[in-house]
Write a protein that binds this ligand. Structure first.
Ligand SMILES: *[C@@H]1O[C@H](CO)[C@@H](O)[C@H](O)[C@H]1NC(C)=O
Ligand SMILES: *[C@@H]1O[C@H](CO)[C@@H](O)[C@H](O)[C@H]1NC(C)=O
Ligand SMILES: *[C@@H]1O[C@H](CO)[C@@H](O)[C@H](O)[C@H]1NC(C)=O
Ligand SMILES: *[C@@H]1O[C@H](CO)[C@@H](O)[C@H](O)[C@H]1NC(C)=O
Length: 407
């Protein structure tokens, strides 16, 4: 794929990525997996089990707590929603006790709140948790998803033949398209290939999927977030050229508001996911997100960076003394782009660490300079090209600016 970016207009030359009109900016929403896993015992855990109740509650809270207004839109059911067997007609069916009203009614409830409905399946013989996969029923299952008014499909890759994914994921996408219902298509295709020592063909993947998982599942820890950040930085030159409006690299869910991240680490995840143009899919208990974490998730200026219309992902441009500098080109565009600039720290030596960069060295070359706005504070100041920007970064924290180009 050859996508050439020219100022604020995206000129696409011979770029044949999937164009179903969806995911023009990275999808935003909420998904069950990271926080609620495969809890299926609704007797013991009535408020946590994968059930109609959990997803209606998530939809209600997305709206009542202001997340929907900020852009979080998709309510996505991950694994463990299915019956262990298909029905007598060979169709998928949800677990009848946990989803007593069926999927279409749940979808329509979520949609009645102005939200969209996402559902998980798996390309293999079984889902990762052992429920029926789609492999022998691609067309029927795509049809079923269409009939249930699904808006977003996540197709995992457990229990699947890795070598057949290059044909199989496009085939399922073809059947989704054939239903006539617009569904965002999220593919786990590349991560299974990576894990099995294959080099994913991202050109092809972007022709068939709106987003794709490149790397390991996120877990509820800072070390997991760090590991993912490191992988995306190390592989940025390979993966960034394939992302843009309609097709995105996916470093996995936001875990902000759970058990594992401190406040500073949560700010770091939100900032870096904005830099990466990552989908912002929360997985948390929306009933229990503390206000200071909610504030991070609802930070409008950071969400605006993530959702920038140019859709150009940022990169790590410097790494020195355990401080990383990440830069993403965004609007408005003048003599140069404007930029989101994040300084993240992998340091654990207690005090905030003082770090300086010359703007030219990180690609901010507009002679008239930029207005810097602190996205986690109120500070605002102007720096000319070749000026030095000095920050103090907390251990495992972030300093995050938008640098708006000056005329
Ligand atoms: C199906 O694919 C065509 C060609 O890419 C596209 O124009 C159309 O919007 C797609 N329709 C659906 C429902 O995905
Ligand atoms: C990757 O996919 C593209 C588009 O389908 C194709 O043209 C190209 O030959 C593939 N590359 C490799 C190395 O297979
Ligand atoms: C810097 O990173 C390395 C590698 O992760 C780590 O071993 C070291 O302790 C870090 N240094 C500080 C000061 O945190
Ligand atoms: C940047 O500033 C340094 C020192 O002040 C100077 O030597 C250098 O020529 C300047 N570079 C540009 C591109 O203006």
């Amino acid at each position: 794929m050859l996508c050439i970016f020219v100022t604020s207009v995206i000129l696409v030359v011979g770029c044949s990525a999937l164009e179903n009109g969806l995911a023009r900016t990275p999808p935003m929403g909420w998904m069950s997996w990271e926080r609620f896993r495969c809890i299926v015992d609704c007797q013991k855990f009535p408020d946590e089990c994968i059930s109609d109740h959990l997803f209606r509650t998530a939809a209600d809270l997305l709206v009542s707590e202001g997340y929907a207004d900020a852009g979080y839109e998709y309510v996505i059911i991950d694994d463990c929603w299915l019956s262990k067997e298909r029905d007598s007609n060979g169709r998928l069916e949800p677990d009848p006790e946990r989803f007593p009203h069926g999927m279409k009614q749940l979808a329509n409830y979520i949609q009645s709140k102005g939200l969209k409905f996402g559902l998980y399946e798996d390309y293999g013989t079984k889902t990762c948790a052992g429920y029926p996969g789609v492999i022998d029923n691609l067309e029927l299952d795509a049809q079923t998803f269409g009939e249930w008014d699904v808006d977003y499909v996540k197709l995992d890759g457990c229990y699947a033949e890795i070598t057949s994914m290059d044909e199989g994921y496009p085939q399922f996408g073809y059947y989704l398209n054939k239903t006539g219902r617009l569904m965002v298509y999220s593919c786990s295709w590349p991560v299974y290939q990576e894990e099995n020592g294959m080099k994913p063909n991202l050109t092809k993947i972007a022709e068939h999927c709106n987003l794709w998982r490149n790397y390991d599942d996120i877990q509820d820890s800072w070390s997991s977030v760090q590991d993912i950040m490191e992988w995306f930085a190390k592989n940025q030159d390979v993966i960034v050229p394939h992302a843009g409006p309609g097709h995105w690299n996916d470093p996995d869910m936001l875990i902000i508001g759970n058990y594992g991240l401190s406040l500073d680490q949560s700010k770091t995840q939100m900032a870096v996911w904005a830099i990466l143009a990552a989908p912002l899919i929360m997985s948390n208990d929306l009933r229990a997100v503390r206000p200071e974490f909610k504030e991070i998730l609802l930070n409008r200026e950071i969400i605006a960076i993530n959702q920038d219309v140019l859709g150009i992902p940022g990169k790590r441009v410097q790494q020195h003394r355990n401080i990383s500098v990440w830069v993403r080109p965004v609007t408005p565009v003048g003599y140069t782009h404007s930029y989101a600039v994040a300084f993240t720290s992998n340091r654990d030596d207690g005090a905030p660490y003082t770090y300086s960069v010359n703007l030219n060295d990180i690609g901010l070359t507009n002679p008239a300079g930029y207005t810097f706005k602190d996205l986690y504070g109120d500070k605002e100041f102007v720096l000319r090209a070749n000026a030095t920007l000095t920050v103090r970064v907390n251990p495992s924290g972030v300093v995050f600016y938008k640098a708006t180009v000056l005329p």
